[in-house]
Design a protein around this ligand. Structure first.
Ligand code: ADP
Ligand code: MG
Length: 415
């Protein structure tokens, strides 16, 4: 019985070390857009892991070989999808068949069953927010299938073998997924920190420039006002109000950008979300109708959140403006308030039927100065992200090119 401990530890140690190196070379994230090259690499690395496992079997009874090769197979299929899983299955099957023996086909069958089960759960896993439920469900179903196949097709082995082998399998399965999930979470947190750092640098820069511009602007405004009240010149009289208006607008933009660095926790208050959304849609309706865009919002009460109403309105204006600008003509923007997936959260969902975004562009939204518009600043979504994060919220974008974009702002409900 103890004989199994050594190869088991070797198997697990090998799986872990490959996993660590793998993660160091290409950090695991939850990106749903893996390209062909990455898929091929996934397939190759998981095949390597499976082969290493086969090199050190836990147990060999005559023609049967027991090891952990299906663990990397399920892992790569769940995280990476069909192609890498298929590559790994093919490698395992080919190797097992060339090793030969009466039960080689059973080994192949188990790999194929593992692949099919994991593949069925792949989509569900990508969408689900309870990843562990899917991981345990997949593992459980596979273990039952595995046990059934072994009992059906392989001559009875010593009875102590089954509980030990399958327990070892389950533990290794659990550990490898635990480690992978931890690595994914750590990588995401790291990305988040880097992004926040970028925001803060951009914010400080914007604020520094804004400060410098504001003072001369105030002087110009004062002098212009002075000249305009005291002049008989028709041109100055006509154009001065327009100039003042433009100066005020510039000032407003500067004030907005200054929000990036100003902590406003002391101005937080409990607010009625419905009211804020309604005010915003009313405010933006004029701009929308100018672009022949209709904004639909069905009022929904009972959501109270903590934050600064002015800032939240600014965020929603930024998002709705982007939606309007994404629509070339005759569009509809739908705004919906609903409970979030996580308990105690509320979602503001803004969907448009505009031009949408490609997957590569989707990842760039929110980066400072990223814009595809000739007159854009690429600061709107960045400021929005920043402000929403300040009140503990999150923003998620989904988009299909040519179909439209949906922005979900998730905020914490307060009592
Ligand atoms: P700006 O609006 O000044 O370009 P933003 O930060 O507001 O800057 O947006 C950055 C970019 O993100 C936009 O240029 C656009 O390409 C893309 N984008 C944002 N929202 C949408 C949307 N609803 N539909 C399509 N593209 C969008
Ligand atoms: Mg914008």
């Amino acid at each position: 019985m103890l004989d199994m401990a050594r190869p088991l530890l070797i198997n697990i140690a090998m799986l872990f070390s490959v996993l660590f190196i793998w993660n160091m070379v290409m950090p695991f994230t939850r990106s749903s857009s893996i390209n062909l090259k990455v898929k091929l690499i996934f397939g190759a690395v998981s095949s390597l892991m499976a082969l290493l496992c086969m090199l050190f079997p836990l147990e060999k009874f005559g023609d049967t070989v027991f090891d952990l090769r299906v663990v990397p197979l399920i892992l790569v299929t769940i995280y990476g999808g069909g192609l890498p899983g298929f590559i790994c299955t093919a490698t395992i099957s080919f190797t097992r068949l060339s090793l030969g023996g009466e039960y080689a086909w059973v080994g192949v069958l188990i790999a194929i069953v593992g692949f099919i089960i994991a593949y069925c759960f792949n989509g569900y896993f990508q969408r689900s927010i309870r990843k562990w439920k899917v991981i345990l469900l997949t593992g459980g179903i596979f273990l039952m299938a595995y046990l059934t196949i072994v009992l059906l097709f392989i001559n009875p082995l010593e009875s102590y073998f089954y509980p030990i082998y399958f327990a070892a399998f389950a533990i290794a399965y659990f550990m490898i997924f635990y480690l992978t999930e931890r690595l994914v979470i750590i990588n995401i947190q790291l990305q988040e920190t880097v992004y926040l750092e970028k925001l803060s640098v951009a914010g400080k820069m914007a604020a520094a420039i804004a400060h410098e511009i504001r003072n001369p602007l105030t002087t110009v405004r004062g002098l212009l006002q002075f000249i305009a009240t005291d002049t008989k010149d028709k041109k100055v009289q006509n154009y001065a109000p327009l100039m003042l208006e433009e100066i005020d607008r510039t000032n407003k933009i500067i004030t907005d950008y200054l929000m990036l660095i100003k902590p406003s926790k002391d101005q937080y208050e409990a607010m009625d979300l419905n009211q804020v959304v309604k005010d915003t849609t009313d405010l933006i309706a004029v701009l929308a109708s100018y672009h022949a865009v209709e904004i639909q919002y069905e009022e929904k009460d009972d959501f109270r959140i903590l934050g600064n109403p002015q800032e939240l309105k600014q965020c929603l204006v930024n998002l709705m403006k982007n939606a309007i600008e994404a629509i070339e003509e005759d569009g509809i923007i739908q705004v919906v308030l609903q409970y979030g997936i996580k308990k105690g959260t509320v979602d503001i969902v803004i969907s448009d039927n505009g031009v949408g975004m490609r997957k590569e562009d989707l990842e760039k939204v929110g980066l400072p100065f990223y814009t595809t518009k000739s007159k854009g600043t690429g600061l709107g979504t960045m400021i929005t992200n920043r402000l929403i994060r300040n009140i503990g919220g999150k923003i998620n974008y989904t988009s299909t090119e040519g179909v439209g974009t949906t922005v979900t702002v998730t905020l914490l409900i307060t009592v």
